[in-house]
Design a binder for this molecule. Structure first.
Ligand code: ADP
Length: 372
């Protein structure tokens, strides 16, 4: 770091230099006044002394001392005035540079506290104050994003609740008006909407825990092949019902990994369940697992409807569904992948999705570290 950069980035140095300037100016003005003004002042006083030379010596020396003292005082007064004027100028400049940004930040933080999250301060300079202003703006930006997410979440939840509630309401109105028959099919439709609401509430609880990083993990050594077999056996009847083939291609001797087996099964059920939901009858879903250096990769590959690139970037966002009516018909709320991503990240891993395009299938891949 060169000297200029150090000076620009350190307030302590700036203050030191400013005081140095004041002292320097004081000394220089003393020197200048002593050099140029003091002799003429002394001369003037000596001249007035020589007029009185005819008096006695004692009185003359007294006058001499008095006159020299006056001369020095005169000189010092001029020097002190010059130094004070410079000190006022320099210190007011330094104070303005330090105090004004702090006042601005205090004012901005008050406005942010009042809910004006778009408030920002101007970053001036590269010193600690500039750094503080930068961090302040970063904090304001994060607060604005959090507030925006909160607002969006409330909007999303209200939207998700509206559909099942209005459908329950219309069935109830139909029953009250006698338009709908009071038979089990009618009640079943209400029951299915109530189940959807219950699932949604459960998913929301999971989501809020996941987003707060509060999913409790019970880590143990687990065999990935066992996890995959457990999830596959749970879903096999549904695969058979829909006539979609479920294939497991697991590399032999997969190493064990440290994970929460229940949470990992939840993720596999989400991916395999989605693959089944978005793959038409006659298609197939393959779960492929292999070990690489230090990691295990599990891929869930389907021959289904695929995902276009512009949706691929968003499917891990909460409530994001490519085809809302199709997903909703299958009971989907668009939260499953968001929760899965949080679970995988809590295990130190990553999850991603690829698809060659519409109707060409999709692959969801999880990569987990072995030494987590
Ligand atoms: P949902 O409960 O709606 O399925 P997810 O979070 O699990 O919610 O999935 C989000 C969206 O991603 C789904 O609504 C769907 O549009 C898309 N998606 C997920 N898996 C697949 C897949 N295998 N094939 C095609 N689209 C998928």
């Amino acid at each position: 770091m060169n000297l200029m950069t150090t000076l620009r980035q350190r307030i302590g140095w700036k203050l030191f230099i400013s005081y140095l300037i004041i002292i320097l100016v004081g000394v220089v003005s003393l020197a200048i006044t002593a050099e140029f003004i003091a002799p003429s002042a002394l001369d003037r006083h000596m001249a007035s002394m020589s007029v009185m030379m005819s008096g006695n010596m004692g009185g003359m020396m007294g006058d001499l001392t008095e006159n020299v003292r006056r001369a020095i005082n005169e000189v010092l007064l001029i020097a002190a005035l010059a130094a004070t004027a410079t000190a006022v100028l320099v210190s007011s400049f330094v104070t303005r540079r330090i105090v004004r940004p702090i006042e601005e930040m205090t004012e901005a933080s008050r406005r942010i506290a009042d809910g004006h999250y778009d408030e920002r301060v101007i970053v001036v300079g590269e010193d600690e104050l500039g750094e503080l202003a930068g961090s302040f703006n970063q904090m304001a930006h994060t607060l604005a994003q959090t507030e925006e997410r909160r607002r969006q979440l409330i909007g999303d939840v209200a939207h998700e609740l509206r559909t099942p509630l209005s459908s329950i309401r219309s069935v109830m109105e139909g029953l009250v008006d006698g338009v709908l028959p009071a038979e089990s099919a009618t009640f079943l439709s209400v029951q299915s909407e109530v189940s959807r609401l219950q699932r949604l509430v459960h998913d929301l609880e999971e989501l809020s825990r996941a987003e707060a990083g509060q999913i409790p993990l019970e880590m143990e050594l687990v065999d990935p092949a066992t996890l995959i077999h457990t999830a596959a056996e749970r879903l096999r009847p549904q695969f058979e019902d829909k006539n979609v083939q479920l294939l497991l291609e697991l590399a032999p001797d997969l190493p064990k990994l440290r994970a929460d087996s229940e949470r990992m099964t939840q993720v596999l059920l989400n991916l395999m369940g989605n693959a089944l939901q978005y793959t038409p009858a006659g298609g197939e879903v393959a779960v492929i697992a292999r070990a690489e250096t230090g990691t295990i990769t599990i891929g869930v590959q389907d021959s289904g409807i695929g995902i276009v690139p512009e949706h691929l970037d968003h499917i891990f966002e909460r409530f994001y569904r490519v085809d809302k009516s199709r997903s909703r018909a299958g009971g989907g709320s668009g939260i499953g992948l968001t929760i899965s991503e949080h679970i995988i990240e809590a295990h130190g891993g990553s999850i991603s999705a690829t698809s060659p395009g519409p109707n060409q299938g999709s692959t969801f891949s999880i990569t987990l570290p072995l030494d987590y």
